[in-house]
Design a protein around this ligand. Structure first.
Ligand SMILES: Cc1cc2nc3c(=O)[nH]c(=O)nc-3n(C[C@H](O)[C@H](O)[C@H](O)COP(=O)(O)OP(=O)(O)OC[C@H]3O[C@@H](n4cnc5c(N)ncnc54)[C@H](O)[C@@H]3O)c2cc1C
Length: 549
């Protein structure tokens, strides 16, 4: 950078990402010492704009962080009243009783929330304590110090031309330096991915596993609305094609969260996760609920599923990885927000103690110890075999053997030890010639919608003049390898229609990246069988604008 020099600002702790993990860390740091300089940088146009969870929130994280959250007006207004599990067949369903489930599966005491709104409220709490929060600031680069330690990040670079050169209104952004940098970017964080690779933090761990979560908000007939009701389903339409299932959560104001998760270790590359979700809504039980209602928002986000055995080492010199940048979701509970909050608190406490001792830019090992041996590790360890059983032995084994293992783990032991996951989700993808194409019904425009129409309900936006933030390591791979070998799966696994194979003027296959549609779910970075797509951060403020996801 000769013409465009970057200014640097010094902080005690620089936090990337205003999700539950990052905001909890910021709040805890200022609770411990009001004099600490703490900054939070968020790529969304506002805090909450990129937050997508179910969400049923276990308040244990918030209880530990802000015990008087109720008095402070936290938006946890809908306690869970009933909890239903169904196994679906195409035309009907069987209710799975709650009594055989281990106590950890019980949602009593939890709340149906908009995590976007919870994060907006947490940001207010943080700002009241003196945290600086900058939304619309994407962190695009790591700044390394002279000894290879992480010194800070670059944030707020704007106005590049499509070829990457500075455009007319180019802003180089700033370097934000900290004694410690916290990466709380959520699942498959782009900076976290770089740091994990640079310091080989996944060495000796199982591969991280993921699901793709898609979600719509519906306003339904008040007669059918049951505030506080929680329903989970498994089985149809996925059957043996893939692991996954649905969630239906009735929040307030006659709104319902309808969501669908597809485990990304599916083999059949013809599978179209978005269309599985659309098809699911035509199940008689679901269709009856939604009939006469309207879908008011849509979004998608990957969810980490590797759990206890997949968590990488979470500290390196000058940096700590928080929340789902590490992967802290309890898969059978489909919950990670509580652990994200607890991890933020633990990282803050470790950084505070280190700074008190005059340390900086070293490894916060106390943070990692707390995560692995404290409440988060305990939560994740009990359920560690459910996902591998589901992947390798199917849904029934995961329900029965996995259920039994969760029970014995609750009592303090496991007969299975710790099962491995085996392949990564990208490696699990099979060749197109070995699988049957799947015929999906056309969306009816009432219960089910075509992908691009639904993407307009994510209110996503990207400045078109910038370079595509979805970078191909080798631009020839999509057409030369992925199309012939895997049937061009990106055209299906992306829930926002970013990727297309079209014919050029000569009739040859051409790969098109409609990066403007991207909803920042990161599925392409995870599932591309050739691992050729690198999701990098676009300029700040771009991406979805979720209302109350
Ligand atoms: C469909 C679905 C349903 C779920 N249901 C539940 C549920 O019911 N209950 C539950 O507890 N959990 C649920 N989860 C899991 C939960 O969402 C995660 O565990 C949680 O979001 C992790 O929090 P986090 O703070 O680590 O990351 P996130 O919540 O993802 O927050 C990360 C933030 O960092 C920002 N960011 C990322 N990269 C950058 C960058 N480079 N620069 C600046 N900003 C950046 C993002 O925009 C985002 O705001 C669900 C997840 C999904 C996908």
């Amino acid at each position: 950078m000769t013409e465009h020099t970057r200014e640097a600002m010094e902080y005690d702790v620089v936090i990337v990402g205003a999700g539950p993990a990052g905001l909890s860390a910021a709040i805890r740091l200022k609770q411990l010492d009001a004099e600490l300089n703490v900054v939070v940088l968020e790529k969304g146009s506002e805090v909450g704009a990129h937050i997508l969870s179910g969400a049923v929130l276990d308040p244990c994280g918030l209880d530990a962080l802000i015990p008087d959250w109720k008095a402070k007006g936290a938006p946890l207004n809908v306690p869970v009243k009933d909890d239903n599990f169904y196994m679906l067949g195409e035309a009907g369903q069987i209710r799975i009783p709650n009594w055989p489930m281990p106590p950890l599966m019980n949602n009593h005491g939890n709340y149906i929330v908009s995590m976007g709104n919870v994060c907006r409220w947490m940001a207010e709490q943080a700002e009241e304590l003196g945290v600086e929060i900058f939304p619309g600031m994407a962190c695009s680069e790591i700044v390394y110090g002279d000894n290879g330690e992480i010194k800070g990040v670059v944030a707020g670079e704007f106005g590049k031309n499509s070829d990457g050169t500075p455009g007319p209104g180019y802003e180089p952004g700033m370097e934000l330096h900290g004694k410690y940098v916290f990466l709380s970017e959520g699942v498959r964080g782009s900076l976290a991915k770089e740091v994990i690779a640079k310091y080989d933090l996944s060495k000796g761990k199982e591969p991280q596993k993921f699901g793709l979560g898609m979600k719509e908000i519906w306003e339904i007939d008040p007669e059918k609305h049951r505030e506080g009701s929680v329903t989970h389903t498994m089985g149809w339409p996925l059957g043996s094609n893939a692991g996954g299932g649905s969630f239906i959560y009735h929040l307030d104001n006659n709104q319902v969260y309808v969501g669908f998760v597809v485990h990304l270790n599916y083999e059949n590359p013809h599978l179209y996760p978005y269309m599985e979700f659309q098809r699911f809504k035509h199940h008689p039980m679901v269709a009856e609920l939604l009939k006469g209602g309207k879908r008011v928002a849509y979004g998608a986000r990957a969810i980490s599923e590797g759990g206890y055995q997949s968590m990488p080492k979470m500290v390196a010199p000058g940096v700590a990885l928080l929340g789902c940048s590490v992967g802290m979701v309890n898969v059978p509970r489909i919950k990670g927000n509580h652990n994200a909050m607890l991890s933020g608190k633990a990282a803050a406490e470790a950084a505070y103690a280190a700074i008190q001792d005059g340390r900086a830019s070293d490894e916060l090992t106390a943070y990692e110890t707390e995560v692995r041996t404290g409440a988060i590790g305990t939560d994740l360890k009990k359920v560690r075999n459910v996902k591998p059983l589901w992947s390798k032995r199917g849904l029934l084994a995961s329900l029965t053997v996995g259920g039994f293992d969760m029970w014995t783990n609750t009592l303090g032991f496991s007969l299975l030890g710790t099962l491995g996951h085996g392949k990564s989700d990208a490696e699990a993808t099979g060749e197109a010639k070995n699988f049957k194409p799947i015929d999906y019904p056309k969306p009816d425009g009432k219960l089910s919608f075509d992908r691009l129409t639904n993407v307009s309900f994510a209110a996503t936006n990207h400045e078109e003049s910038q370079p595509a933030h979805l970078k191909l390591k080798d631009p020839s791979i999509p057409v030369s390898v992925n199309l012939p070998k895997y049937g061009g799966p990106s055209a299906r696994y992306c829930p926002a229609g970013v990727y297309e194979f079209v014919k050029d003027e000569k009739g040859d296959d051409k790969f098109v990246i409609n990066f403007q549609n991207c909803v920042h779910c990161k599925t392409c970075d995870i599932k591309d069988p050739s691992q050729n797509i690198n999701w990098t951060v676009p300029q700040g403020g771009d991406g979805p604008n979720y209302p109350n996801m």
